[in-house]
Design a protein around this ligand. Structure first.
Ligand code: PRP
Ligand code: URA
Length: 209
């Protein structure tokens, strides 16, 4: 069974409340998404392996831990996933960034793929797939299909807000992908929007409507 973890750190929850607020403008929305992405990245990288290194301090010699250099990749689902990339890179600047371009057909809710560009060694990397929203799950499922088709073996998915319908669809389709969520909301409405959610993540991030 995949791990489904709600990251209920108070700072994440506080910032998410303002992200949701209809009165939060584009600039502040973007800044808050960036900050929450950093906090979530901090939480989900707790299991990164360490290796011991000889050190010399002004006082003497000793040993101390550094990251073992595991290869990581950040994969935003375009376009809203872009809003989370810089926040993660703040903590893991050496990660490579790949892109999967998908949009959800407004009538059918089916994902339509229009762009994929990944690091060459994608099969050797631990990938963090990011998108603010997991609604029906169609986009995330298709993004993981796309990554696996190109050789990806280790994928985790990180999103701000998920609907129960999306979590179920995603875990049924990809039981090997752990899911990290800032909030699990109530349901989807008839237009496939998460209730209460935050509205259209891409439009709010980029000021389009
Ligand atoms: C949004 C969101 C997800 C998708 C979630 O993207 O960023 O990718 O919808 O919905 P789903 O779980 O039902 O597939 P959208 O299709 O609006 O595209 P955008 O990021 O270009 O705005
Ligand atoms: N995509 C969004 O941007 N928001 C939702 O609530 C659902 C899908």
């Amino acid at each position: 069974m995949p791990k489904i973890q709600v990251l209920d750190h108070p700072l994440i929850q506080h910032k998410l409340t303002y992200i949701r607020d209809i009165n939060t403008g584009t600039k502040e929305f973007r800044e808050l998404v960036d900050e929450v992405a950093t906090l979530m990245a901090y939480e989900i990288t707790r299991d990164l392996p360490l290796t011991e290194k000889e050190i010399e301090t002004p006082i003497g010699k000793g040993k101390s831990d550094v990251l073992a250099g595991k290869k990581l990749g950040i994969i935003p689902i375009l376009r809203a996933g872009l809003g989370m990339v810089e926040g993660i890179l703040n903590l893991i600047p050496a990660a490579k960034v790949g892109h999967v371009g998908l949009y959800r057909d407004p009538e059918t809710f089916e994902p339509v793929e229009y762009y994929v560009k990944l690091p060459k060694d994608v099969s050797e990397r631990d990938l963090i797939l990011v998108d603010p929203m997991l609604a029906t799950g169609g986009s995330a499922i298709e993004a993981v299909n796309s990554l696996k088709k190109r050789g990806a073996k280790s994928i985790r998915f990180m999103c701000l807000i998920a609907a129960p319908e999306g979590v179920k669809a995603m875990t049924d389709a990809h039981p090997d992908v752990d899911i990290y969520i800032a909030a699990l909301d109530e349901k989807l409405d008839e237009k496939g929007y998460i209730v209460p959610g935050l509205g259209d993540a891409g439009d709010r991030l980029f000021g389009t409507k």
